[in-house]
Ligand binder design. Structure first.
Ligand code: A3D
Length: 304
């Protein structure tokens, strides 16, 4: 029997992630949204899309948080998204008021679930969910690093006209201006990117990655990105449901790793059936380490 994944927030990111999960035949999906009829309507549409693909998956939609009972994973995509001119931090107060109560519902109805937080500002919301659920840190993760890494890999692959499958990278830190792109981690067919591109070109691709969300917001105007964010969610969900032990970046509460404590930040983690099997300490240059600590300071300030 397929496991159940609940997605709270049936908007652009949530519904797209549901679609991808179903098409991959990974899970049955429960969609929950406060807007009457939205989750129910989208789940019917998704059920029919799955039938066209001959997939016998279950999809239901509800306004009732109790519908998440028995879920293996809960993904939180509820909340406001950015509009042009807004930073992710502008969403802080409004989204904390949405995500806090949702975390209480998760603790009540899905006490054994692994939670993936997506709502922005991501690092602060992940910490909020960790505190409000009281779950161990292994079971509360934030999704941003898989998205940011995907963006960087896309730009490098496009620039060099190679397959993204040939490009490895690791983007850490905070989801925003203080993201930390580990330059030594960028490799093309196993070779350091510095051997394929001049340093200013690499820096330009890193800057475009950092501003990747804003670039899309300025084009779409009425919403932020959702296809690649949904892909980032499904990459993490796949590793957890299939117990792959893959290493990928995720936002997790640090307990001494990288010299940081009691702050949620993007770092490489090994993902398994129980969530985070291990935080991986990747070698960083002094500048990258300092940038990670600066990101931690900013997240702490926002938390206050
Ligand atoms: P949107 O399409 O507006 O969907 C949000 C949905 O949440 C709407 O359908 C709302 O009705 C619903 N909602 C609001 N309050 C509640 C509630 N209390 N319970 C259940 N549902 C509720 O936005 P979106 O899908 O584009 O983005 C959702 C969130 O994800 C935003 O905060 C974005 O900033 C964030 N986001 C994060 C990333 C990261 O990489 C971290 C990427 C893309 C979007």
């Amino acid at each position: 029997m397929l496991p159940t994944v609940t997605i709270v927030g049936a908007g652009q990111v949530g519904a797209t992630a549901a679609h991808l999960l179903l098409l991959k035949g990974l899970a049955n999906v429960v969609l929950i949204d406060v807007v009457e009829g939205l989750a129910a309507g989208k789940s019917l549409d998704l059920l029919q899309a799955a039938a066209i693909e001959n997939l016998g998956v279950a999809v239901t939609g509800s306004t009732d948080y109790a519908a998440m009972a028995g879920s293996r994973l809960v993904v939180i995509t509820a909340g406001l998204a950015r509009k042009p001119g807004m930073s992710r931090d502008d969403l802080l107060a409004a989204n904390a008021n949405i995500v806090g109560p949702i975390a209480d519902h998760v603790a009540r109805f899905a006490p054994q679930a692994v939670v993936i937080v997506v709502t922005n500002p991501l690092d602060v919301m992940t910490r909020l969910v960790l505190q409000r659920t009281g779950f161990p840190r292994e079971r509360v993760l934030g999704m941003a690093g898989t998205l940011d890494t995907g963006r960087l890999r896309a730009f490098v692959a496009q620039r060099l006209a190679v397959s993204p499958a040939s490009v490895q990278a690791m983007v850490l830190g905070s989801h925003g201006d203080l993201m930390v792109c580990v330059k030594d981690s960028i490799r093309v067919d196993g070779t350091a990117v510095s051997q394929r591109l001049p340093a200013p070109d690499v820096d330009q691709l890193i800057t475009r990655t950092r501003d990747g969300g804003a670039e899309i917001v300025s084009l779409l105007k009425s919403s932020s990105a959702y296809y690649a964010p949904a892909g980032g969610i499904v990459q993490m969900v796949t590793a957890i449901l299939r117990d792959t032990h893959e290493i990928m970046p995720a936002c997790v509460c640090l307990e001494g790793e990288y010299g940081l404590r009691e702050v949620c930040l993007g770092v490489p983690v090994e993902l398994s059936a129980r969530g985070v099997a291990r935080v991986v300490e990747q070698p960083l240059s002094p500048q990258e380490r300092e940038a990670l600590h600066r990101a931690a300071e900013q997240v702490r300030t926002q938390l206050k």
